[in-house]
Design a binder for this molecule. Structure first.
Ligand code: SF4
Length: 109
């Protein structure tokens, strides 16, 4: 990902710091893209045990068709409590663009 500055102090800064160049947009001028540090689930490894869902205090994670998904990214505090719960190494924090079609919380990073 181009332009993200993980050195920034506040979450607000981190959410809005990414600037990318979109070649398809008005003469390729840079545009601001919102990114967020969120959990992304590897569906191949997830067994649906729901341990990550249980420790997510804002209730951002749900189980959908036997797989954990971040169904409420807006409430996610990016605190990554869910990561340590997974015995299958199926959930990892990633910078993900917060726009466009997110496919029911199943982001690819
Ligand atoms: S803890 Fe891991 S295996 Fe269990 S539901 Fe969450 S991501 Fe899937």
């Amino acid at each position: 990902m181009q332009g993200v500055r993980p050195d920034l102090e506040s979450m607000d800064d981190r959410l809005t710091a990414a600037v990318e160049t979109d070649p398809g947009r008005r003469n390729g001028q840079p545009r601001r893209v919102k990114y967020k540090w969120i959990p992304v689930v590897d569906e191949e490894r997830c067994t649906g045990c729901a341990l990550c869902v249980g420790v997510c205090t804002p209730g951002s994670l749900d189980l959908l068709s036997g797989v954990a998904v971040l169904s409420h990214p807006d409430t996610c505090g990016s605190e990554d409590h869910c990561i340590a719960e997974c015995a299958n190494d199926a959930i990892h924090m990633r910078w993900v663009a917060m726009e466009g079609d997110r496919g029911v919380g199943r982001w690819k990073a």
